[in-house]
Structures are given as C-alpha cells and as structure tokens.
Design a protein around this ligand. Structure first.
Ligand code: PSU
Ligand code: MN
Length: 308
C-alpha cells in the first residue's frame, strides 16, 4: 500500500499516526461543506461529521486543497477556512494539478476526494450523494467526473445514492457500464438522496459493515480493474424529505436552472440551494440526516476493514 507521506500530499499528524498503526480512517469531502450547505450551518456540520467518526473509534480525514497543497485531515482552523473562505474553488480531480501549480485553495468533490484518499492509502469515504448523469444529458452531455474517477479508483464510498436532481436510471446505467460495484445497505432499491428510495431496483444487498469489508477484500483478491465500491445507504424513512414536496420543488428548481442558463460546475450547488429555500429548509435536514448516517456507517466499515 502506498503510504500517506511519499508524495506531495500532506496528511495531518493524526492521519499519519493512524495509518502507520493500521487504525481505521474515514475520508470526508469538503465540497459539501463549502458549496453544498449554507453558512453557518456548514461549519457545525463539518465538525459534527468528524465527531461522528471519532465517536465510532475511527480517525476523520477531511480532504481539501489549501494554498496548492492537497491536505488529508484538517485542523479546526483549516476546517473553518473551508466553511467560510469566500471564492474557494470547487475542485474535481482534473483541477488538482492546476490548484497545486497556482497555489490555489479549493474544496474537493467526490472525484477529487476519492482520488486523494486512495493516493493516501485511505479506503473508506463518506459523502452525501454522488454526482452523476444530469437530466437533459442528451443535449448537454453533463456527467459528473465522480463516475469516471470511481470507475478507476479503489475506494469504498458510502453515500445515499446519487443526488435526486440527476437522471438516476441513467446514472445507474453508467455505473454498470463502467464496472463500478454497487450494493444497497439493507435495501433492495437504490436510495434517492433526500428520499429513502429512488424507486430503482439494485441487484445486490449487504447487511453489515463486516459484509462490506468482505466485498472490499474480494475486490483486492480478484484484482483487475481498480474500481470503487459504492455502499448505497438510504436516509431513514422517518427523516426523508416529503416525496410530494421534493418532486414539486425539484421541478421548479430544474425550470429555474433552465431559465437562468445555469450549467457546468454551478448547476449542482444551484439546484441544492434552490431546494433548501423552496422546501423551507426541509431538504437540508434530509441531506444532513443522510450524510450523518453515511458517516456513521463508513466509520463502522473502516473498523471492520481495519480488523486483521
Ligand atoms: N453530496 C452532498 N452535497 C454536495 C455534494 C455531494 O450532499 O454538495 C457535492 C460532491 O462534492 C459531488 C459534487 O462530488 O457535489 C458533484 O458536483 P458535479 O455534479 O458538478 O460533479
Ligand atoms: Mn457537472
């Protein structure tokens, strides 16, 4: 395994120590903090997620690029920078060399976080919902780089499916085509991010962190394509967004994006923000419930994975 210290990556002392001792580590992304959640709630959430990982007995590694340096694990001041600094970039994997060369700072998306976590030797990563194929993809070809990175990166991502603002069936199809391993966590349908279920069936279901770790060992034993393992963990039904409200506000949000010509990197933050406002904050609570659940499960999987 590649160690966290043999490259330009800068892991925190805590992460270096944990990795050296074979202790469980969970990677956390930063775009959700900087671009996915409103201030000042975002900083509270960033701290809370780290707390969830620690409470479970694992070490959190929030990942971001600060002044050109990919950082694996942030301290309190650095976490605050991610939550509050204005003009912070949203960095996908392809942006990393530019950020490094130009000493820029930015939050990392699922693609950049997965890439950096894997480079640092971290195997488990928790997020909210993955990026994927956008609705209207036949016209604008907008497919998140998350999918491509996950097709060639050995990482386990615990998520509440893909964001429901996307074309979910098309995204599932792309994951299949690209050879990404997907299982539902105690569910037979793919989660719907804010919603417990997207209604789309999934072929495989796992029941425990131990089973997730067994799948990961299976990936390594089989070898071949260095693809990801997506553990699709639904938001609990009693904490989901009301489906009727979801559908109504999402339709409005998509129409507003179309009207305002919002595209590219801006579309995901735009739609998520519209949903927060349009649901009176209810989508935010559902999003947070999903992320908390994913973070707790990721920590349990990291513990099972760290077991000899
Ligand atoms: N999950 C959330 N909120 C977010 C994201 C995920 O609950 O804001 C971010 C992730 O960083 C993901 C990104 O990689 O949205 C996808 O953006 P795009 O569609 O531009 O690739
Ligand atoms: Mn995109």
């Amino acid at each position: 395994m590649r160690s966290a210290t043999d490259s330009v990556l800068q892991p925190s002392d805590e992460v270096v120590e944990a990795m050296a001792g074979g202790a469980p580590v969970v990677a956390l992304e930063s775009t959700i903090i900087s671009h996915g959640l409103p201030q000042p709630r975002n900083l509270e959430v960033a701290r809370e997620l780290e707390g969830i990982v620690r409470a479970a007995g694992a070490v959190p590694a929030t990942i971001a690029v600060l002044d050109g340096v990919p950082r694996i694990g942030l301290n309190e001041v650095e976490l605050e920078r991610i939550a509050t600094e204005s003009g912070l970039r949203k960095l996908g994997q392809r942006d990393l060399p530019l950020a490094a060369a130009l000493k820029a700072s930015g939050a990392t998306t699922v693609s950049a976080t997965s890439f950096l976590a894997a480079r640092a030797g971290i195997r488990v990563f928790a997020t909210g919902g993955l990026g994927g194929v956008h609705r209207g993809w036949t016209d604008d070809q907008d497919e998140s780089a998350d999918l491509d990175t996950l097709a060639r990166t050995r990482i386990t991502v615990v998520c509440a499916g893909v964001k429901s603002i996307l074309d979910v069936p098309a995204t599932l199809q792309r994951l299949e085509t690209r050879g990404v391993t997907v299982a539902g966590y105690r569910t037979d349908t793919f989660p719907g991010f804010y919603l417990h279920s997207s209604g789309q069936p999934i072929d495989w279901r796992i029941e425990s962190p131990g089973e997730a770790a067994a799948v990961m060992r299976g990936q390594d034993a089989l070898g071949g394509q260095e693809s990801a393992f997506i553990v699709a963990n639904p938001v609990p039904e009693d904490q989901q967004l009301d489906p009727a409200l979801h559908d109504r506000v999402l339709a409005e949000a998509l129409a507003a994006a179309e009207r305002d010509g919002v595209k590219g990197q801006a579309i995901t933050p735009f739609l998520l923000g519209y949903l927060v406002d349009g649901t009176g904050g209810a989508s935010l609570e559902a999003n947070l419930a999903a992320v908390r659940g994913n973070t707790a499960l990721a920590a349990r999987i990291a513990l099972a994975w760290a077991q000899p």
